[in-house]
Design a protein around this ligand. Structure first.
Ligand code: ZN
Length: 357
């Protein structure tokens, strides 16, 4: 399996919404566009076929003034899962999750893995300025950038998109993790697809980075970045009933729970009420498999409360998703010391993960 490589934009491509790209592109496609500065910027869109903000940002950018003016810098555009995009799906049933198949993956070996390894080798030789992989997520999360290598340039690149930056090292096989080995690399999470503010934000950011001479090599100042790491996943214990309305369930979660996403919660923040004395109904497991439930949550006067400062992400009030996936992920702030001495801090970071990426 080979990616298609082009040195120009096919006529009419920029007029295609994500759902119609498959009419013009038969496979994952790399398009090399030359600009005034030869060192290219790598941009990846539609790794997940229903996450369209990246493609919409690119087509609006290239249909704007760069239709008339040369690009300020060369660009390598990767348009990934056009088949899934044609069906408005993250991936199709006969496909792997593309963003788990890049070098370093622990998902085995397949023709897909070989193709992504080939793309990685090819782009690495072209010594890109930086790599930007654009995604969407669901729910009312703010836009944020994620990185897999803590270094001055990756922190700079990320903080230019959002003050909120998340570090993760699980799952493996993520594009930004593979490219982070040889250039500053970020994953952008632009909020829900189909919302104009996500596309606008991604487009403005791409234009900014395309116009840089270089990525500044000093770390961002602490007031320009809030760096967090994913540390644990929280589930409701299998043997406990729960709901969001007072109906006699073992655990009654507060109905506005998802409004706590990306809020720094002080210890003692109430998450819900418990109607029995069967102990903690929440189970928090780190990505190394350690049960940290009792360190993070406690019961006080029949309420379940947080025990230490934390920030949840991807909290949902959909009971089906909570049972199938999880209640939320927990993040902890990484101190600004990490920005000053990134290499020392990096070696101390535990393995963490983020399923939505
Ligand atoms: Zn995605």
């Amino acid at each position: 399996m080979q990616p298609v490589m082009l040195d120009h934009l096919p006529d009419g491509l920029l007029d295609c919404p994500a759902t119609h790209l498959h009419d013009m592109l038969q496979a994952p496609t790399l398009i090399h566009l030359s600009g005034r500065r030869p060192q290219p910027l790598f941009v990846s869109v539609l790794q997940h076929g229903n996450e369209i903000s990246g493609w919409d940002a690119v087509r609006r950018l290239l249909k704007g003034r760069y239709l008339r003016d040369p690009l300020p810098r060369s660009m390598i555009l990767f348009i990934a899962n056009v088949r899934a995009a044609s069906r408005r799906q993250r991936k199709l049933t006969d496909q792997p999750d593309f963003n788990r198949c890049w070098p370093g993956a622990d998902t085995g070996d397949s023709p897909w893995h070989e193709m992504f390894a080939e793309i990685t080798r090819h782009v690495r030789e072209l010594r890109p300025l930086a790599s930007i992989d654009i995604h969407n997520n669901s729910g009312e999360n703010p836009h944020y950038a994620a990185i897999n290598h803590i270094g001055p340039q990756s922190l700079r690149l990320a903080s230019m998109f959002s003050r909120t930056v998340i570090y993760f090292s699980r799952p493996r096989g993520v594009q930004s993790m593979a490219f982070g080995e040889f250039c500053p690399a970020v994953t952008l999470e632009c909020g829900p697809p189909h919302r104009l503010d996500g596309t606008d934000h991604a487009m403005t950011y791409l234009d900014t980075i395309l116009n840089l001479d270089q990525i500044p090599d000093g770390p961002p100042s602490p007031e320009n970045i809030e760096l967090y790491e994913m540390v644990a996943t929280v589930n409701v214990a299998d043997d406990r009933s729960f709901s969001f309305t007072p109906d006699g369930s073992s655990l009654v979660l507060r109905s506005d729970l998802d409004r706590l996403n990306f809020e720094e919660l002080p210890p003692g923040t109430r998450l819900g009420h418990i109607n029995d004395d069967a102990g903690l109904p929440l189970v928090a497991i780190t990505h190394e498999g350690r049960d940290v439930s009792r360190e993070w949550f406690s019961i006080r006067d029949g309420d379940i409360v947080t025990s230490r400062p934390l920030m949840p992400a991807m909290l949902t009030t959909e009971e089906r998703i909570i049972r199938q996936d999880c209640l939320c992920h927990l993040m902890e702030r990484i101190s600004s010391d990490a920005l000053l001495e990134p290499d020392r801090r990096r070696s101390e970071l535990p393995e963490t993960g983020h399923e939505a990426i």
